[in-house]
Design a protein around this ligand. Structure first.
Ligand code: NAG
Ligand code: NAG
Ligand code: NAG
Ligand code: NAG
Ligand code: NAG
Ligand code: NAG
Length: 857
């Protein structure tokens, strides 16, 4: 268990980590899922949550206020209680050098149930922590104003944890104003207990979690209930150049009364051990623990401890989940070796394994039947030798190893902050632990682990502003299980599954979500916990084998007509991040590598359309699970060549316009068979506009977002708009073009600057250098295609034969001349950009015209 070369190992992080971590199968953006929010104006730091499942109430402790919310719908506020700091206290706090606006306020940190009618609440109260009783009926404080020292931190920025066990509060926090004296404390009338203020006991700990595990009632050992604390602290046992952090589990016994002489009013049962969370080869060491969840359930043989970890030097954002069985933990505490400090070279202390004799009763053990038989009825009777030993040796030499000797889940580019775990029975009776893990960017990962791996079912953006998830709670109510997350700006309620978002059997099964099953008769994906009874014909397979799904897939096809030489954009969007898109043309796989095609993230472009390109195009999503390949049609497009009489293809704009109109008229009669099926569909992204452009153009810049935007805003049965226009130059058109072009440029450079387009940025720069040498004839080519796009928008039709000037001849000051009444407000330009973005601009041209890449880096 030596940590030799830890720093070297941490240094290797980057290289070793590149291949890490499963990809979430589905990513739900914040606006894609229906979440319920609660936030009050001017209220921040919603960091303490308490759920009362039997009363359907969620209590929220925020800064200077406590709320009671309806846990069925947290948008409904039941009660609120402002709990403010007195002006006098605030001033006193500010005098001590703390910020009056932020620190010298009352941050509610403890919210624990005392009994049916009373909550025990504590707040930092401008660095003078106080606790009180909150009557949940009247929603008023009892006015006790107890000193909250040892139960609540002074400083809102300091770590804390607490748990209420049989009316006594167990807390891990700091005991003084400076935050330099850590403490694990029991607030009790009969026997308040605390830790020794000594480095071997607690060495700059950062508390993350505490919970009680009840003794097995059926056990004959007469064991005690135990309270576990989890924290990261400074290591005493490993010596490195810098400070090495160590994740710890510690425990105390509920019946501990302290010692009579030695360890008076101190824990006699406080022991701690290192939690190991490393890869089997020990190359990656996760030594910061961020949160813990203890999965306890009556059906469970023994509780399972889940912890989320990050490495100390986390330059790449690496996280892991490790799971520990309680028996491993207990084994370490009840049978493991102790560590002891030895003084070497005068002042230097080294921690080594203690191999000497261990006093009897075993130091740190709870008083059980065996101890009682030896006449040690309580910790007050314990011999001094035992107490002195535990006082000097609170640290175990043995460590707690994770189940399977490896992390359950490791992931790169993410920092996990919180975890809750639910145990569910799948339809076939197998039991799965579903992990809900919050990130520092406001997202939630939902993952299951199974025999040979881990699968991230989905990723949900809980908070739109990407702020860290600070608290996670899972309700355990039958049938209606929800998840609650707290952050600095508010609270969010999320369902535990989004089964109804899966519209096909294959999708429902490939999700591999133990909560979801396909109901064949109703052709819907349902949450099995919400269904009254489970029927035999439901389809679910956590291994992801969708072979039992019926083949029948409702298909909906979209018709497009096109003209010779134009470009078509066929949309296809599928949600799964694990699937591959395959295009088929007339039932053969399309070779999208050919220059004729261009595969975008959510569309296929076909250039220079001709007779041979008409036919049926199918977009298939292929997902491979366990060597099986499941494919389904996501979108189907029918392309038809439009027969044009030579006379109508006149060079005049009028002719073209008429034609465009007839096209539209014609398209609106296209039957939209199956469109009802499609509205209930999330996977099948319908094609909204078949853009046909008369001129063959280069690569088209379409961002994934814009196509999604279109998808969201256009109803499914909108007739396909196919426009055909002859290129014609005119004055107004030119201005319009310039206007949109400049908008586009500014947005491009903004995006560039923001780093949204890294690859394009580079191209942009290099193209910039060459672009200036390009001949003028190139410009007109580009402009023509851009202009056509503008015409296609249907904004203006005119005829005049003036050549547009190259864009770099005009500055930003020409914009008002466009006369659209559009001023360069951010909102306007964004709005305009949305339209422009969707237009297939020739990338080459943009690069050529670019004269503002100064911000590009
Ligand atoms: C409270 O919330 C504010 C606003 O988000 C944040 O800046 C601050 O750091 C939070 N303070 C604490 C102690 O969490
Ligand atoms: C709850 O606890 C409070 C304070 O200890 C006590 O006054 C009250 O009677 C208790 N209520 C019930 C229903 O036990
Ligand atoms: C205790 O034992 C009884 C009978 O053997 C059994 O029904 C019960 O489930 C057990 N309880 C626990 C917590 O194991
Ligand atoms: C349930 O299905 C999973 C996935 O196919 C399989 O691994 C497991 O063995 C099944 N369990 C039972 C009890 O059949
Ligand atoms: C467009 O396709 C035709 C044949 O259909 C071909 O002759 C012509 O060269 C193509 N044009 C371009 C620009 O690729
Ligand atoms: C899926 O199967 C098809 C043939 O049925 C094969 O061409 C394709 O490469 C497979 N896809 C994957 C991802 O294995």
């Amino acid at each position: 268990m030596a940590l030799t070369g830890l720093y070297a190992a941490l240094g290797l992080l980057f290289g070793a980590a590149t291949a890490f971590g499963p990809v979430p199968r589905i990513t739900w953006e914040h606006r894609e899922v229906q979440l319920i929010h609660f936030q009050e104006p001017e209220v921040f730091n919603y960091s303490t949550l308490l759920l009362s499942d039997d009363k359907d109430v969620l209590y929220v402790g925020a800064r200077e206020v406590i709320f009671a919310l309806n846990s069925v719908n947290i948008a409904e506020k039941l009660n609120e209680l402002y709990w403010k700091v007195t002006e006098e206290k605030k001033t006193k706090c500010a005098d001590k050098g703390k910020s009056k606006q932020t620190e010298c306020l009352n941050y509610v940190r403890v919210l624990q149930p005392l009994n049916d009618t009373v909550l025990y609440v504590c707040g930092t109260n401008a660095f003078q922590p106080i606790c009180d009783h909150l009557n949940v009926m009247s929603f008023e404080l009892g006015g006790k104003n107890e000193d909250g020292k040892g139960r609540c931190p002074f400083d809102p920025a300091q770590s804390y944890t607490s748990v209420m066990v049989d009316g006594e509060l167990y807390s891990g926090t700091s005991y003084n104003f400076l935050g330099s004296e850590p403490i694990i404390f029991r607030n009790s009338h009969q026997s308040p207990l605390r830790t020794e203020y000594a480095i071997p006991w607690l060495n700059e700990p950062s508390f993350v979690f505490a919970d009680v595990v009840r003794a097995d009632q059926n056990s004959t050992e007469g064991d005690d209930d135990k309270v576990y604390f989890f924290f990261t602290e400074m290591s005493v046992e490993y010596e490195f150049l810098g400070k090495l952090m160590i994740p710890r589990i510690s425990r105390v016994c509920k019946r501990d009364q302290g010692g009579l002489r030695t360890l008076q009013k101190k824990w006699t049962s406080f022991l701690k051990a290192r939690l190991i969370c490393t890869t089997p080869d020990k190359n990656l060491i996760f030594n910061i623990i961020n949160d813990v969840f203890i999965l306890k359930s009556p059906s469970l043989q023994e509780p399972v401890i889940y912890g989320v970890f990050t490495p100390q030097l986390n330059n790449v954002g690496l996280s892991a989940v490790c799971a520990y069985s309680l028996s491993t933990v207990e084994e370490v505490f009840s049978k493991g070796k102790y560590m002891q400090s030895a003084t070497v070279e005068q002042s230097h202390t080294k921690w080594v394994r203690y191999n000497g004799e261990i006093p009897n009763p075993r130091p740190g053990a709870c008083i059980n039947k065996e101890a009682k038989a030896a006449n040690y009825m309580s910790s007050l009777n314990l011999p001094d030798r035992t107490l002195q030993f535990v006082k000097d040796h609170p640290l175990m030499d043995d460590s707690v190893t994770p189940i399977g000797d490896r992390p359950r889940l490791m992931k790169r580019d993410v920092r996990y902050t919180q975890i809750v775990v639910d145990r569910v029975s799948a339809l076939n009776g197998s039991v799965y632990d579903v992990m809900f893990i919050g990130t520092d960017k406001g997202a939630l990962h939902k993952a299951i682990s199974y025999e040979n791996g881990v699968h991230i079912i989905e990723e949900i953006q809980l908070f739109p502003n990407f702020e860290p998830v600070q608290t996670l709670l899972l309700s355990s109510k039958e049938g209606k299980r929800d998840l609650y997350a707290g952050s600095n700006s508010g609270v969010v309620q999320s369902p535990i599954a989004f089964c109804d978002k899966y519209s096909t059997c294959i999708d429902c099964v490939l999700a591999r979500d133990p909560y979801c099953a396909w109901k064949s008769r109703e052709a819907s994906c349902v949450n099995i916990l919400k269904e009254g009874e489970i029927e035999r014909d439901w389809i679910q397979n956590i291994a992801g084998d969708a072979s039992s799904c019926p083949d029948k897939v409702r298909e909906h096809s979209l018709q497009h007509t096109f003209k010779h030489g134009s470009t078509a954009e066929l949309k296809c969007s599928q949600k799964s991040n694990l699937a591959q898109v395959v295009w088929k043309f007339k039932d053969d796989v399309l070779k999208v590598e050919r220059p004729k095609y261009r595969l975008l993230e959510k569309a296929l472009l076909i250039f220079n359309l001709s007779e041979g390109d008409s036919g049926i195009y199918q977009c298939l999503s292929e997902e491979k699970v366990k060597n099986k390949n499941f494919s389904q049609v996501v979108a189907k497009h029918v392309l038809k060549l439009k027969k044009i009489q030579p006379s109508t293809v006149g060079p005049t704009q009028t002719a073209a316009q008429t034609e465009g109109n007839t096209d539209v008229a014609k398209m609106s009669t296209v039957p939209t068979e199956g469109s009802t099926a499609q509205t209930s569909t999330t996977q099948i992204i319908p094609i909204t506009t078949g853009k046909i452009i008369t001129k063959p153009i280069g690569p088209i810049l379409t961002s994934a977002d814009s196509s999604l935007e279109i998808f969201n805003s256009v109803p499914d049965d909108v007739p396909q708009k196919t426009l055909f226009l002859k290129s014609n130059d005119n004055f107004l058109l030119m201005f319009l073009f310039l206007f949109f072009f400049i908008l586009f440029l500014s947005l491009l450079s903004y995006n560039c600057y923001k780093g949204y387009l890294p690859a394009q940025c580079l191209k942009f720069r290099s193209a910039m250098l060459f672009g200036k040498k390009k001949s003028k004839s190139d410009f007109s080519d580009c402009e023509q295609s851009v202009k056509e796009n503008l015409v296609e928008q249907g904004s203006i039709q005119n005829q005049n034969g003036e050549q547009p000037k190259p864009a770099h001849d005009t500055g930003y000051e020409t914009e008002p001349d466009c006369g659209n009444g559009q001023i360069q407000h951010d909102k306007d330009s964004l709005q305009a950009h949305k339209e422009v973005k969707d237009k297939p601009f020739d990338v080459k041209c943009e690069l050529k015209y670019a004269d503002s890449d100064a911000e590009c880096d």
